[in-house]
Design a protein around this ligand. Structure first.
Ligand SMILES: [Zn+2]
Ligand SMILES: [Zn+2]
Length: 242
């Protein structure tokens, strides 16, 4: 069944729900009025290193393996609740909203046309524990929205503690060397979207971008549905909001 037909059928069978809070909304609406007001879409001039609006960038111009970073929303409030709700329950229509918003943002802000969409790979047992590969599912939806094929050649070699369980200082080391590219010949000279639902410190995205670049990828854009704002305390070190 084609996607629009399927969506119409779903709208008849199940009421439409807000992608963030899950409240019932009018047919074919994606967000409720409250979430629409509360969520902070990213638009206008942004920092290409951290994806934040220029005025809110606190990344200190640190360089990355990816060439640019783009995100559709700031990861906070209702956006954060929505993503956590999706991670718990796997609401496919929320996933569709995340992918479509990321697709729109990519069209608006990316400086190049990508050949492939890569995603952060998981180990088989991580996928089995959740019963679906969340990152790949989102990549497939993004692929449909943009008509760009999914690239399945990034693999995760080892299990490591989740990034969010570690202090900032250990995050980079935690993911170093845990990914590989199985088909480097398919990567050489190509331009990639590396897609994830949330970019926090960006270390995992950067490590995957590094592997693509080591296989001679021409360009990599780190695209996420939402990105965490780095707060700079007066006189202190930059801090990521938990
Ligand atoms: Zn809502
Ligand atoms: Zn920045």
């Amino acid at each position: 069944m084609k996607q629009p037909q399927k969506e119409k059928l779903l709208a008849v069978l199940y009421p439409a729900r807000c992608a963030f809070c899950g409240k019932v909304v009018a047919p074919l609406q994606r967000l409720c009025e409250n979430c629409k007001t509360e969520a902070e879409p990213i638009a206008g001039e942004t920092c290409m290193r951290c994806a934040m609006p220029k005025k809110r960038c606190a990344c200190g111009k640190r360089s990355h393996f990816y060439d640019e970073a783009i995100a559709a929303y700031i990861y906070d409030g209702v956006v954060k609740e929505g993503i956590l709700r999706y991670k718990r329950g796997g609401d496919r229509r929320a996933a569709l909203f995340f992918a479509e918003a990321a697709a729109n943002r990519y069209r608006e802000a990316c400086s190049f046309q990508a050949d492939y969409i890569a995603y952060i790979p998981q180990r088989k047992k991580e996928v089995d524990a959740r019963s679906f590969h969340q990152a790949r599912e989102l990549a497939v939806l993004l692929s449909k929205a943009l008509d760009i094929p999914v690239f399945d050649g990034l693999v995760k070699l080892y299990d490591v503690p989740p990034q969010k369980s570690l202090p900032h200082l250990y995050k980079r080391g935690n993911v170093a060397g845990i990914f590989d590219v199985t088909t480097p010949e398919a990567v050489a000279g190509k331009r990639f979207i590396l897609f994830d639902d949330v970019k926090t410190t960006g270390e995992t995205m950067d490590e995957c971008a590094k592997m693509l670049k080591l296989s001679d990828a021409e360009k990599v854009v780190a695209l996420s549905f939402a990105a965490t704002e780095k707060k700079r305390r007066p006189g202190g070190k930059p801090e990521f909001k938990k």
